[in-house]
Design a protein around this ligand. Structure first.
Ligand code: KG4
Ligand code: ZN
Length: 350
């Protein structure tokens, strides 16, 4: 069974073709991505209307490219999956609209997927896929969550950010340092040349006793430091970047370890754009090796938004029987959609 996956929740158009397989694990046949980063850069962040329009321009050419790469045609597609939420409403509508139109035209069922479930299950596309159950650290531009994952569609929220997401903390701090948008990768690159202990920055909620995060105070602390440095900032920028990255990473690693202790689980999956961060990977690997905990990451290229994770999540949901594909092509999108709630919805409609 071939699943076409379409992702358009934010500023990347992603399309992929996954072979859901029979008994074997689903396999990625081809995927393609168009990032809008260069287009939004001038505005210092994502402009929703521009994002939607660009998704419209990209989605069909990307689909043709993916099918050609896989040596297949639209007629070979059995199910069309798309990101139903959360994300930018207009951007989501493009993917949902195209997916449902393709489904209707081809007489194939469609499946709306939760973007975070895509991230969460994206390590199943890697050469070292996890097995259930595991703790998931979901760290993206819009979300920071720790979940307990007992199986496909069986997710329990353990803790989440009460304000900014980890990726947002990277992006906002990077902006303050004049590093452009999105700042996460740029800040992380600059941090490699700096001293992570140069500045004492807050580790919010580190000892809160629960698994929630708070990153909003960090950007204020970075701003205060930058102002204090004044003209000296340029010479110390790498140190400040390294100290910022260290503060974010320490909180993420300590809370992940606390989640492992609380659940008694021996396996953790890291997903979402911030999962590409080198320091996070190094520190989490070291901490988990000491505790004999297995860590799984998506392939680097599949950490940030992509269509492969959407097609993969659809394949796993269909295989697990937690959701059927539908031939009702009237679509809606869910710009705000907690992963837990969706689970309850799905169980009620089963
Ligand atoms: O998952 P994602 O592509 O989009 C959302 O669903 O939000 O995550 C994007 C976020 C951005 O905030 C970006 O700055 C951050 O991931 N990011 C990084 C790195 N690569 C991407 N943050 C820190 N270090 C990186 N290497
Ligand atoms: Zn994402």
């Amino acid at each position: 069974m071939l699943i076409l996956g379409i992702e358009s929740s934010c500023d990347e158009t992603g399309v992929a073709l996954v072979d859901a397989g029979g008994v074997q694990t689903p396999r990625l046949l081809a995927h393609a991505l168009h990032s809008q980063v260069a287009m939004h850069e001038a505005y210092g962040g994502v402009v929703p209307e521009l994002a939607s329009r660009d998704h419209i321009r990209r989605v069909l050419p990307l689909t043709s490219g993916v099918l050609a790469d896989a040596g297949r045609t639209l007629a070979n597609v059995d199910v069309v999956a798309y990101t139903r939420g959360p994300g930018l409403a207009g951007a989501l509508l493009v993917g949902a609209g195209v997916a449902c139109a393709l489904g209707a035209a081809l007489d194939r069922p469609v499946l709306g997927i939760h973007h975070l479930e895509g991230h969460l299950l994206s390590p199943f596309l890697s050469a070292d896929p996890p097995t259930f159950p595991f703790v998931a650290l979901l760290v993206s531009g819009g979300h920071s969550q720790l979940m307990q994952v007992d199986g496909v569609g069986r997710y329990t929220l353990l803790g989440e950010t009460i304000d900014d997401a980890a990726g947002e903390a990277f992006d906002k701090s990077a902006k303050l340092l004049g590093l452009g948008y999105p700042g996460g990768p740029a800040l992380s690159r600059l941090a490699e040349q700096g001293n992570a202990e140069a500045f004492k920055l807050p580790r919010p909620l580190l000892h809160s006793g629960n698994l929630d995060f708070s990153f909003a105070g960090l950007k204020t602390a970075v701003l205060t430091q930058a102002r204090k440095l004044g003209d000296a900032l340029d010479a110390r920028k790498a140190d400040l970047a390294a100290s910022t990255e260290a503060a974010i990473v320490e909180v993420l690693v300590k809370k992940s370890l606390a989640a492992l202790t609380q659940t008694g689980l021996q396996r953790i999956v890291v997903a979402g754009g911030v999962g590409a961060n080198r320091r996070l990977r190094q520190q989490l690997d070291a901490a988990c090796a000491a505790r004999r905990v297995r860590v799984h990451y998506p392939e680097l290229a599949l950490c940030t938004d992509n269509g492969a994770m959407i097609a993969m999540a659809a394949a796993l949901r269909l295989r697990a029987g937690v959701q059927g594909a539908s031939r009702t092509y009237a679509f809606d999108v869910r710009p705000r959609w907690p992963l837990d709630t969706r689970l309850a919805d799905e169980i009620q409609t089963k």
